[in-house]
Design a protein around this ligand. Structure first.
Ligand SMILES: [Zn+2]
Length: 454
């Protein structure tokens, strides 16, 4: 399919059939293309207007917020700026579960929102309502983000993506047709054994995508396969990695193998894409037109720059307003001006879910980012996963190649005990394959203990 035909003919027709307005979409996108260059003060003004409207709506139409404001003795007009948001408590996943129906806006028609749920990567699924109007706005944001990486509708894109439930969706004719006409190809990230990787490589060579998009670990695995087998192919324009933390060693290999730059993106199911790397490749810019970003620091992370829990206010979701929502991811706010000139907030060091921390017998919390470079450098280890099973037991799963350094066990023991304390029992387990999680994602650090809340 010709790129231009896909973009200018097929896409508007498809949107029309799906009852979405292309005109409205492009108006939003054009506006977002402008607002990304606003200075800090102007961006804050955009947020303040949206915040006030959202709070007014929430107070009037969402029982949870009506009760909350009344209980606190405040009115929406008492919250004028981002700083004033601190007058409101944090919205946790537990609070959403407890107040689920009361968080739904009473003035919204049932066809204006959809029930959705998170993938349960923290061990528990969270139900929520997605505002369909907000979803349209999010799509325009996504497009702006991907344009930074050189994508537009019709650009050939290969996606390594999907959990088993999503893949079933791709099997239906309508979705397959949509993929064909938008020049997209999808590869199932859940099946990435050697045989499948061989098939994927053939498809990749034949399809010649300009953009490769996928789960960070899946793209990394694919790049490793291409590298190992010394396959020749047409170089894409860029690679976009998503859903999982991309470690520097992974970025290095992906960029070398694909011969192009990697753009990391960050989002969560409850809110869509939140942040994306720009062409300066120095952190990820937050879409401040949709999200007010705050951080909560608990004092346990003494790293510099400080890592904190992400707190988000979604300025577009009116069906179920997420005001000061703690999504249980952690990151740090970058203070430096970006070379690209955008003043949108910039974050880095997303450390994955909070469950992806190991907790030492000495009380130390260790993020995956701190331990993975050590494992990545181990000679003879192809893949690894670290699972904290109990407060004093950590299981290290390792997939080794034929030649492995005999001193590997004592050195892993020594390394982990340095972070996690001498009383931590380290179990090493050599296996042939590391199983994927239910969602199809591969997590390098899993803390089962926190998931069980013990
Ligand atoms: Zn930038």
């Amino acid at each position: 399919m010709n790129e231009k035909i896909s973009r200018f003919l097929f896409y508007p027709i498809w949107e029309l059939i799906s009852s979405r307005s292309t005109v409205k979409f492009y108006t939003t996108l054009r506006n977002l293309e402008k607002t990304q260059w606003l200075d800090k003060k102007e961006l804050e003004k955009v947020q303040e207007v949206k915040l006030f409207n959202l709070l007014k709506h929430a107070y009037k139409n969402v029982p949870y917020y009506t009760h909350l404001f009344d209980k606190l003795g405040i009115k929406p007009q008492n919250i004028k700026k981002k700083e004033d948001l601190q007058k409101l408590p944090i919205l946790t996943k537990e609070l959403i579960r407890e107040n689920f129906q009361d968080l739904l806006a009473r003035n919204r028609k049932p066809n204006s929102y959809q029930l959705d749920h998170t993938g349960g990567s923290t061990g528990k699924v969270l139900d929520f309502y997605r505002d369909l109007k907000s979803r349209e706005y999010a799509l325009a944001i996504n497009r702006r983000f991907w344009r930074w990486a050189g994508y537009d509708i019709g650009t050939k894109i290969l996606r390594i993506w999907g959990s088993p439930s999503d893949i079933n969706k791709y099997d239906n004719i309508r979705t397959r047709l949509h993929f064909k006409l938008t020049n997209s190809m999808i590869l199932n990230s859940f099946e990435m054994g050697e045989t499948q990787l061989g098939e994927y490589a053939e498809k990749f060579q034949e399809f010649r995508p300009k953009i490769v998009h996928g789960y960070a670990n899946a793209v990394y695995l694919f790049a490793q396969y291409i590298d190992k087998n010394k396959l020749a192919f047409n170089k894409p324009k860029s690679v976009i990695t998503t859903s999982e933390k991309l470690y520097p060693y992974q970025r290095k290999l992906i960029e070398r193998v694909f011969g192009c730059k990697v753009f990391e993106e960050y989002g969560c199911r409850e809110m869509d894409l939140i942040a994306h790397e720009c062409e300066s490749h120095d952190g990820m810019h937050v879409a401040n037109e949709k999200y007010i970003l705050e951080f909560m620091y608990d004092g346990n992370h003494k790293t510099s720059p400080r890592i904190g829990s992400i707190i988000l206010t979604d300025l577009e979701n009116y069906a179920m307003p997420f005001i000061r929502y703690k999504n249980e991811d952690m990151a740090s706010l970058m203070q430096n001006d970006c070379r690209c000139g955008r003043k949108l907030d910039k974050i880095s060091y997303i450390t994955g879910r909070i469950t992806d921390f190991l907790i030492g017998t000495n009380g130390n919390r260790v993020s995956g980012a701190a331990v993975t470079p050590f494992f990545a450098k181990l000679r003879g280890i192809n893949e690894f996963r670290i699972v904290q099973e109990h407060k004093d037991v950590v299981r290290v799963m390792l997939v080794r190649s034929k030649t492995v350094d005999p001193t590997i066990s004592p050195s892993i023991n020594k390394f982990l005990k340095k972070f996690l304390g001498d009383r931590m029992h380290i179990k090493l387990e050599f296996c042939r394959k590391i199983p994927k999680l239910k969602s199809g994602k591969m997590r390098i650090i899993i803390n089962e203990m926190r998931g069980r809340r013990t």
